[in-house]
Design a protein around this ligand. Structure first.
Ligand SMILES: Nc1nc2c(ncn2[C@@H]2O[C@H](COP(=O)(O)OP(=O)(O)OP(=O)(O)O)[C@@H](O)[C@H]2O)c(=O)[nH]1
Ligand SMILES: [Mg+2]
Ligand SMILES: [Zn+2]
Length: 354
């Protein structure tokens, strides 16, 4: 199967020249679980592992292959195997802060051209959660589209649509139902041949159901309806890239319980455009919007010009981002010391020991 079927293009071809001279072949990562990978290659699908060189050269897990990556591999088609030797530069990278206590970037998918943010209509619209996904996409330079799913279960679809439009900014908002088929054609029309889209959203939003609908086949297990109320169950357990019959590529992902950003500053500014524009006109350049004189953000919130909830959400994301940035750039000891100073103001530090 030609690799153009998986999105191979002249840009990646150019990046591959040196590897080709070494007798390596290009491959696209379809799945990446622990140490084992599946690649689409010129020899068809191959199981793959990492070369020792790549494993030891990688400074962090974000440098290892992720779903959507293009890699250079040594192929052993007779055995159905390949050994990945290098990861090609990424056109885009969807990155979040990994769940858990350690500060670690987690690469959700690479070389994604369009992010579909799934948000189910079987409950209230979660505008704040939506904003986090939008910020993640914009940080990566990937245009987002909001996909409001399960429209057939919506109590008031037009209210949810209006709510989503309020926070979507330049992102399109689609309303779809896998049950009635509403909106599926519009969704399919956004997925261009050779281009890669990824689905992100909470568990149970109907992401895999959409993948199956677009594939025209049941390749992804979805949650049983009778289990639909059970919390903490993810029908999808790993990320996977699918080639759709239309020629587009689509990445299905397990639902994300929480979404913490990594490197979020630009994405946050773009997602809360009206708030961040105001903030740049505060009297003090380092205004924390906590009651300082001449704070344009608080003034606008009081006058009802901007939505208070969005201001609060923007603040929260920025604080998270700042704190993470500080821990990353300073190391934990200095970060804690500076944080203490900021909270305690002029209060004195630790007693000097004699
Ligand atoms: N009524 C209705 N049910 C839907 C629709 N789409 C999906 N469902 C159901 O919602 C449940 C969850 O769907 P999934 O596709 O497994 O959800 P998911 O987002 O892939 O969930 P995770 O893999 O856990 O992240 C399943 O029981 C689906 O049948 C829809 O448009 N309407
Ligand atoms: Mg799923
Ligand atoms: Zn201010």
């Amino acid at each position: 199967m030609p690799l153009t079927r998986f999105g191979w293009d002249p840009d990646f071809e150019a990046l591959f020249e040196n590897h080709a001279r070494e007798g390596l072949v290009p491959g696209r990562v379809l799945t990446a679980t622990r140490e084992s990978y599946r690649l689409a290659t010129p020899f068809g699908e191959l199981a793959a592992e990492l070369s020792g060189r790549l494993r030891f050269a990688a400074g962090s897990s974000a440098e290892l292959p992720a779903v959507g990556d293009w890699v250079a591999a040594r192929a052993f088609p007779g055995d159905g195997l390949a050994v990945v030797d290098a990861v090609l530069p990424r056109r885009t990278a969807l990155v979040r802060r990994a769940a858990g206590r350690r500060d670690e970037a987690q690469l959700l998918a690479a070389n994604v051209d369009l992010l579909l943010v799934a948000s189910p209509l079987d409950g209230d619209l979660r505008a704040r959660r939506l904003e986090r996904f939008l910020a993640l996409a914009r940080e990566a330079g990937v245009p987002p589209v909001v996909v409001l799913t399960k429209a057939d279960l919506a109590a008031d679809p037009s209210a949810s649509l209006a709510g989503a439009l309020e926070v979507a900014g330049d992102a399109a908002v689609l309303v779809v139902s896998a049950v009635t088929g509403d909106g599926l054609e519009e969704l399919a029309a956004l997925l261009a041949p050779g281009r890669t889209a990824a689905l992100l959203g909470p568990s149970g939003a109907g992401k895999s159901t959409l993948v199956n609908a677009l594939l025209g086949a049941t390749r992804q297990a979805t949650r049983e309806v009778r289990e639909a109320d059970l919390r903490g169950r993810h029908a999808t357990t790993h990320r996977e890239l699918f080639a759709l019959p239309s020629g587009a590529l689509l990445v299905d992902t397990p639902g994300l319980r929480e979404l913490a950003l990594w490197d979020g500053a630009d994405g946050i500014a773009a997602t809360y455009d009206e708030v961040s524009t105001l903030a740049s006109t505060c009297r003090f350049r380092d205004c924390r919007h906590e009651g300082e004189p001449g704070c344009a953000v608080l003034e606008a919130a009081e006058a009802g010009v901007v939505d208070r909830d969005r201001v609060a959400a923007w603040e929260k994301l920025r604080r998270e981002e700042e704190a993470l940035e500080m821990r990353r750039s300073l190391g934990p000891a200095r970060a804690e010391r500076l944080r203490w100073k900021r909270i305690m103001g002029g209060a004195k530090g630790p007693e000097k020991m004699r």
